[in-house]
Every structure is written in C-alpha cells, then in structure tokens.
Design a protein around this ligand. Structure first.
Ligand code: SIN
Length: 485
C-alpha cells in the first residue's frame, strides 16, 4: 500500500501465535478498493486447519494471560490505545482504501475504535466481585468474576476497526484470549491493529486473526469446544444461524444484528436540529450502519417542510472517492449492496413513493449511489420492512403520538430509535414505549464507548461498550467457604 507512512502496518497474512502466515493451501482472496476497483492486495483464504491452529494458540496462552494482574493487562491496552492514535492517519488511509468511507469518517472511526481500548483498559482494573452475607454463621460467600476462555469474534466491513475494538478490548481486558475473523472485504484494518497490539505488548497467541472462507472458519469456531464465547456483528440471518449452531457446544453469545431504526419528528421539534440529526444519522458511512435511520416518521403538519429541508441538505453532499478531502459520501461496499439499494428504491417508487431527490446510480458510476429522499413511503414497501443499508431517506407521516409509536414498533427489529420533541413528558412516554435497545432523544449520533450499545428482538443480545460490555466477557464464580468458627 503506497500511501501509508509505516509500511509494516500493511500486513496481508494470517496472524497466528504471533506469526504472519499464508493459508495452508496458499489460496488467497483479492481485496478491492470499492471506490476505484483497484486491487489492494490479497489475504489468505483460510479454512478449518488455520482456524483450529488459531484456536490452539488462544487456548495455550489463555492461562498465562488470565493470570496476569489486571493492571498489567490494562497497561498493555493503554499503550495500544496510544499507538493507535499516533498512527491514526495511516490507519484511516488503510480503512478508506478498503472500505471507501470519507477520510474524515475513517479518522473519526480510528478515534472511536481507540476509545473502546482506552475505556476497557480502565474497566479492567475496576471489575469488582462481591461478598454476600451467608445464611449460615460458619460460612462466608465470595463472588469472583473470571474470564470465559477462548473467544471468537466475527466482525463486519462497515466499521472494520471500531467493531473489532469493541469486542477485542473487553475480551482482552477481562483476561480472555481471542480468535478474530474480520470481513474478507476489509481485512487490512484488522491486521494493522494487530501490528500495533504486538508493539504494545499483547503476547503472541493472545490475539489471533484469520481471513478466509466465512462458512468454513465459522464452522470451525462453532464446532470447537475450546471456543467458549462467540461475539458477532452482522445480519440477523447469520446471527440466527450462529445461535443455532452454537447449541451443541453451548457457547455464550453476543449478537449485534440488523436494525430498522425509526426517527420520529413531532410537531413541536426544533426543525433545524431534527434535520441536522437526520443528516448525521442517515448519511453516515453512506447509510451503511446498523443504527442509521431506516424510516423517518414525521408529524403530518410538518412533513412537507422536513422533507424539503432534508432534501436540500442531502443534495449538497459531495459524493466520491473517500480519499479526496472534501468528499462527504463514499461508495457502497459492493455490487450486492448496490443491487439491494436499487431494488428498494424501485419497489418504493412502484408502490407510490415519490423521488424527491436522487434515486439512481451516481454519475461517477461504480458503487456510487445518489443521496436519495423518498416521500411518502408506507409499510408495504421494502424500505420500511428491511434494512436498506444505503443513502436512502424514506419518509412517512403520522398524526398522533400513539400512531407514531405503533408505526415505530411495527418491525421485528429493535436496535436504535430516535425521537425529536421539546415536550419532556412526551420524551419519557415515547422513549419508554419504544421497543428498542437505544433511543436517541434530540440527538442523531448515539454511539460512544461509555454507552451500552445493543438491541432487542431480532436485533440481537448482549451489550457492547460501557460497564455492561465487560460483563459479556466474564463468568461468575461463587466460593462458599465453610468452617469459619
Ligand atoms: C454498526 O453499524 O454496527 C455500528 C455503528 C456504531 O457503532 O455507531
């Protein structure tokens, strides 16, 4: 990779027990820049053999990593956090090249990823157990929190660094060892983080990374009795598959799955703030986030104004190669993403939605799609039923609070939701009625390391970030001490 300063950050082989290795078969997968279709390089097409070797490395190193005082693990994570920030520019360039997002968003993601490592380095030292009053005079009861063992992580292409960091950081902080499978579309960000992790002092074998055939790597992780926990971010369909296939080994699971986020704008909302929040939430990463607004629900008295202001702002977005400094919206990740977006828009238009702006491939061609606003949409349309994962703002109306809540909850998903209103009583009424794991109130960006990120219903289970994020990587052990007389 020509454009990075520290060439060693660009690694293109599996990282197992501290060694950089090809796949046993020497087969590779080609990694492509989604903006230019330039070939960035290859990574190993690994399968069962490599996965089992990585699991073996994590199993071997688990006892020594677990035994380290929490402060020692915390110090390593803190050093890693600092190295990531020092190398922000290179890491951001690698990310934009393989993922496509604008360089400013890639820099922000590196800081976001680092923030999880800093946060969990701090949590590592403060994860207290309990002493429980016993029912017997000669007993004492202690509760210990212990790491689970070998953890498998499977992470997506939309946030190649942050999604990994928010799993790895709590896992390592708690004393687990890890085998990671990053997306084969964006593997270089993961390898670059591993280089810095090694420089920070993560012992060889404690964190291992393999790329390759998702089905075969997934099957090996699922079948292994040594892998005690699996943490996954991705589609609901894959999450269900992982849950089913984890049953024979009874793994613990963290599943951060799809969303269908409603963004409710009440008639008393601050219109300017609502449009600002809408732009941030909808068009971040070209609409390719699980917390992106999928459906705008706007009170019918202000819907025309909202649509017109949102369209004006969205039309201003500069689309292009994320490495160009002024670009605000990059490409979709690949042709499959493009086809889904095109299908959703065609379906909505065929069922009566009007294209206010956009609605087709951008003039740049390739994976670029125009920022789009559709109005009015309804629940029969795919844009309302499924997660579009693209720069499509789909707006529907409501006429009462009850209707807004009913429409917002009319989905099997339950990840992020948003409401805009100035009425404090309504804020609580609506927030408490929304069947979602997260509610942004007069706020379009709700992600950060201090908060419990996660969903309910078909959006998954478990929480990432915050004090709760650490609990997902620990087991509780209780000690009953008798004979105290
Ligand atoms: C996601 O899309 O899965 C994560 C987005 C975020 O952390 O804000």
């Amino acid at each position: 990779m020509k454009s990075i300063q520290d060439k060693f950050l660009f690694q293109d082989r599996n990282y197992i027990f501290g060694n950089w290795e090809d796949a046993d078969s020497k087969e590779t997968i080609t990694v492509i820049n989604p903006s230019t279709f330039e070939i960035l390089g290859t990574v190993p097409k690994s399968g069962k053999m490599e996965t089992d070797r990585a699991i073996g490395a994590a199993k071997t190193t688990f006892p020594s990593w677990k035994k380290k005082p929490a402060k020692e693990r915390a110090n390593i994570l803190q050093k890693w956090f600092r190295l990531i920030l020092e190398n922000k520019e290179d890491l951001a360039r690698i990310m934009t090249l393989e993922q496509g997002k604008p360089i400013a968003e890639a820099r922000a993601e590196i800081v976001y990823a680092a923030s999880y490592i800093e946060w969990f380095s701090e949590e590592a030292k403060r994860f207290y157990g309990d002493i429980i009053p016993s029912h017997k005079t000669d007993n004492r009861i202690f509760v210990l929190k212990e790491p689970i063992g070998v953890v498998g992580t499977i992470t997506p292409w939309n946030f190649p660094s942050a999604m990994l960091a928010r799993k790895i950081a709590p896992a390592l902080a708690a004393g687990n060892t890890v085998v990671s499978k990053p997306s084969e579309l964006t593997p270089y960000s993961a390898f670059a983080l591993a280089v810095l992790g090694e420089r920070a002092g993560i012992p060889k074998g404690v964190w291992n990374i393999i790329t390759g055939d998702p089905v075969s790597i997934g099957a090996s992780l699922l079948e292994s009795k040594d892998v005690r926990k699996l943490s996954f971010t991705g589609s609901t369909k894959t999450g269900m598959y992982l849950m089913e296939k984890s049953a024979p080994t009874l793994k613990k699971l963290s599943l951060e799955l799809g969303g269908n986020a409603p963004f409710i704008v009440f008639e008393d909302a601050d219109m300017e703030e609502a449009v600002k929040g809408a732009m941030l939430s909808k068009y971040r990463n070209s609409g390719q986030t699980c917390v992106c607004v999928n459906r705008f629900l706007v009170h019918d008295s202000i819907a025309e104004e909202f649509v017109s202001r949102l369209s004006k702002e969205a039309a201003k977005l500069k689309v292009g190669n994320g490495l160009e400094p002024e670009v605000e919206q990059g490409p979709l990740i690949n042709d499959a993403a493009m086809k889904k977006v095109e299908l959703h828009v065609e379906d909505a238009v065929s069922k009566g939605a009007k294209l206010i702006i956009g609605g087709k491939k951008h003039a740049l061609g390739g994976n670029f799609y125009e920022p789009t606003v559709l109005f009015p949409v309804n629940k029969e349309m795919l844009v309302c039923k499924e997660e579009t994962f693209g720069p499509i703002a789909s707006v529907m109306t409501f006429s009462s609070e009850e209707e807004a809540i009913a429409k917002a909850n009319d989905t099997e998903f339950g990840l992020a939701s948003y409401i805009y209103t100035k009425d404090i009583a309504r804020i609580f009424r609506v927030a408490e009625s929304l069947e979602y794991g997260m509610v942004g109130i007069n706020e379009g960006i709700i992600s950060s390391e201090q908060v419990p990120f996660g969903g309910i219903k078909f959006s998954g289970m478990g929480r990432e970030g915050s004090k709760y994020g650490m609990e997902d990587y620990m087991e509780i052990k209780y000690l009953c001490l008798g004979g105290i007389i």
